[in-house]
Design a protein around this ligand. Structure first.
Ligand SMILES: Nc1ncnc2c1ncn2[C@@H]1O[C@H](COP(=O)(O)OP(=O)(O)OP(=O)(O)O)[C@@H](O)[C@H]1O
Ligand SMILES: [Mg+2]
Length: 259
């Protein structure tokens, strides 16, 4: 296994922090095409970690493996100390409630109201809050955290793209996860709406004390939200470091990201 280019910055000390999520030597191929080829990652408690990689590099494949939507060929994924491949269905289901996933695009259910979209994970994971019958307070709380309480009875088609993204974030937050995975949270949005979403991501992290993994190719987003970044190149974690440290690198593969 090749060691990543470690573009270090003395202002971050990782050795004292506990990883809440760890990926070791993850491999995934489609046919004879290796997409992930020994990818490693540690997400520490409370941090915002940005993963950048060009289109088709395997970022979405990696997050799908993380939430069990796709099975890796090999490698291990540990979430809050539990190896997700070693868990039975029930325990895996339970662990999934600790991971909020904001899909690429917003992926709201078109035929359901905002309320029904948010109730969906609550119904699926009833046990988490002790079989609640009145979902409204939780739905409203989640919507409030993204500033959209007044959309509760609207359909997704009645919302702007930015609002849909915020509702999708509320849906990811409703189970009060410890980890949030954002797959391209700002793609397809205009710069002003992107800024709002980025600001919201920061607020959510402070309010809910979550650890976040943010997949993006938006350099502005990475600059604002990341404490640390990993560059995914050729299926591996090619370089790791702070935004500033990576930006100052002279490595040609790293420089390509900041053009
Ligand atoms: N279910 C699948 N079957 C076959 N190939 C797939 C499948 N899912 C992804 N791939 C391939 O894996 C590669 C990585 O895809 P992925 O969606 O992870 O890219 P990405 O880094 O998220 O790109 P983008 O920035 O455009 O979202 C692509 O070549 C894609 O065609
Ligand atoms: Mg993708």
């Amino acid at each position: 296994m090749n060691e990543p280019l470690n573009i270090s910055d003395t202002t971050i000390n990782l050795s004292t922090r506990t990883p809440i999520l760890e990926i070791k030597n993850l491999k995934k191929s489609f046919g004879n095409k290796a997409v992930l080829n020994g990818f490693n990652l540690k997400l520490f408690e409370g941090e915002n970690l940005v993963i950048m990689g060009k289109s088709g590099a395997g970022k979405s494949v990696m997050v799908k493996c993380l939430v069990g939507l796709m099975l890796p060929d090999s490698g291990s994924i540990t979430v809050m100390g539990q190896d997700i491949n070693a868990l039975n269905r029930m325990d895996l289901d339970k662990l999934r409630t600790e991971i909020g996933f904001l899909f690429q695009g917003s992926a709201l259910y078109d035929s359901m109201t905002v309320r029904e979209n948010l109730e969906f994970p609550l119904r699926r994971h009833k046990h988490k809050f002790g079989n609640i019958t009145d979902t409204e307070p939780l739905v409203l709380e989640a919507l409030k955290s993204v500033g959209l309480e007044n959309t509760i009875d609207l359909m997704p088609s009645e919302l702007s793209g930015g609002m849909q993204r915020r509702v999708a974030l509320a849906r990811a937050l409703i189970l009060k996860p410890k980890i949030i995975l954002y797959d391209e949270p700002t793609s397809g949005l205009d710069p002003i709406t992107s800024k709002e979403i980025i600001e919201l991501m920061r607020r959510v992290q402070q309010q809910y004390k979550t650890s976040s993994l943010i997949i993006t190719h938006d350099v502005d987003c990475a600059r604002v939200v990341s404490e640390r970044m990993i560059l995914l190149v050729d299926g591996v974690n090619y370089a790791e470091g702070t935004f500033e440290a990576l930006k100052a690198s002279t490595d040609k593969n790293v420089k390509a990201f900041f053009k």
